[in-house]
Design a protein around this ligand. Structure first.
Ligand code: ADP
Ligand code: ZN
Ligand code: MG
Length: 388
């Protein structure tokens, strides 16, 4: 059977580091890039006898993410211990949420070929990040940096609702934009503050879903697309040859453009989840949720509509600009100065976006200001310089 004859099914588990000032269970700062082990304390180092205290902001940010993705917010949820051993996890368990996550049953709308499609959100839960291992260059050993241990995360688990790498790309971009708009995460993929586990399976039309494989910790849109394309081809070739797909965890290698087996798939039972006895249940009131809903900032959808009305932009342009909060802020600020929305929009969506893409840069890394962009547009309008 040809590759095109198989149906592809994709589900994503997205981890976003929350941009709270302090960690989830202690008062250590969360800033990225500090010297190793300078943002630690007995709690996040897991010294015996220490006790965690939940950072209220984490709950607030997670509920914000939940209402933005149309989730039901649980009035009562709890924390659980997920047990596993790894040198970057000194407690030998991660405090997460198992059977009572904070948010459930949401969806994110994507636009594909001019049609809207909802991608279901199974759940959003809060958890702590682990530390980091720095492997030395001489093969002599690894050093443990615990600065990241206890940095708050939300994990957003999607339903297996995506059917192509394009849908997965659109979904992740939309989710990233939403989290940026509500300012709960800076979503810097190169710094690892947004990363996705990508689950892929293939099956023949009309048959049940196939066995999935999972590629962990992916942090670039381009690699995710390549990895999905590689994996659906690999799986369909195995099926064509009469083989079966093993459920396993894979590692995507960007250089060779292939996936490699990391380990057999672990199940929930392998983690021996159990309730975290050192934390009380998280109880939130209806007013609390309502208050968060009432105070949400303008989201991509409404901003898009506003751009079409206010600046007479096309749906495509409005979509493109609002796909990033940073780019759309740049657009609005530059337009205030030059009053030439179309030209500003064209610069952002053509040359600027192309370069960002090629360099795999975040919009926030752009080194010029809205004023610079406005001046450039004016110089071209006046004929002082050509657009080339
Ligand atoms: P785990 O935590 O063990 O990885 P979950 O039940 O949380 O398992 O699901 C992980 C992800 O796998 C979800 O995003 C889900 O949508 C996706 N998924 C489930 N079944 C399939 C499938 N047959 N093909 C592709 N993705 C799937
Ligand atoms: Zn600490
Ligand atoms: Mg998983």
């Amino acid at each position: 059977m040809a590759l095109e004859d198989y149906e592809t099914v994709i589900g994503l588990e997205v981890h976003a580091e929350l941009s709270t000032k302090t960690k989830i269970f202690c008062k250590c700062p969360t800033a990225f890039g500090a010297k190793p082990n300078t943002q630690i304390c007995p709690i996040c180092m897991a010294m015996p006898g220490t006790l965690p205290v939940l950072n209220e902001k984490v709950v607030e940010y997670a509920v914000k993410a939940g209402v933005t993705t149309n989730c039901e917010i649980e009035r009562e949820s709890k924390n659980d211990r997920k047990n596993y051993f790894y040198p970057d996890l000194p407690k030998a368990y991660q405090i997460s949420q198992y059977d009572k996550p904070l948010c459930k049953h949401g969806f994110v709308e994507i636009n594909i070929d001019g049609k809207n499609k909802n991608i279901g959100i199974t759940r959003i839960h809060i958890e702590e990040d682990a530390g980091k291992l720095n492997h030395d260059d001489f093969g002599k050993g690894s050093l443990v940096d615990l600065n990241r241990a206890g940095v708050p995360l939300i994990e957003i688990v999607s339903e297996p609702d995506m059917r192509s790498s394009l849908e997965a790309d659109l979904y992740l971009k939309k989710l990233k934009a939403m989290l940026e708009y509500i300012e709960v995460s800076d979503c810097k993929m190169q710094e690892g503050s947004l990363r996705a586990d990508v689950n892929v399976s293939v099956h023949k039309p009309g048959e049940p879903f196939g066995t999935r494989t999972e590629m962990k910790n992916m942090n670039s849109f381009r690699s995710i697309t390549r990895a999905i394309e590689y994996e659906r081809k690999r799986q369909s070739e195995i099926l064509d040859a009469g083989g079966i797909i093993e459920q396993e965890t894979l590692r995507w290698d960007d250089v060779s453009g292939k996936t490699f087996s990391m380990r057999d798939k672990e199940d929930a039972q392998d983690y021996r989840y159990f309730p975290e006895p050192d934390l009380v249940a998280i109880k939130i009131s209806e007013e609390y949720i309502q208050n968060i809903k009432n105070n949400l900032p303008e989201l991509p959808e409404s901003r898009k509509q506003r751009y079409m009305n206010e600046y007479k932009l096309s749906l495509k342009d409005a979509n493109g600009l609002t796909s990033s909060k940073y780019l759309s802020n740049l657009f609005e600020e530059a337009t205030k100065i030059t009053n030439n929305p179309k030209a500003v929009c064209n610069w952002i969506l053509s040359d600027i976006s192309r370069i960002l893409n090629e360099e795999e840069m975040e919009p926030s890394e752009i080194k010029f200001t809205a004023k610079d962009l406005a001046e450039l547009v004016e110089l071209i309008e006046k004929g002082t310089i050509s657009s080339a």
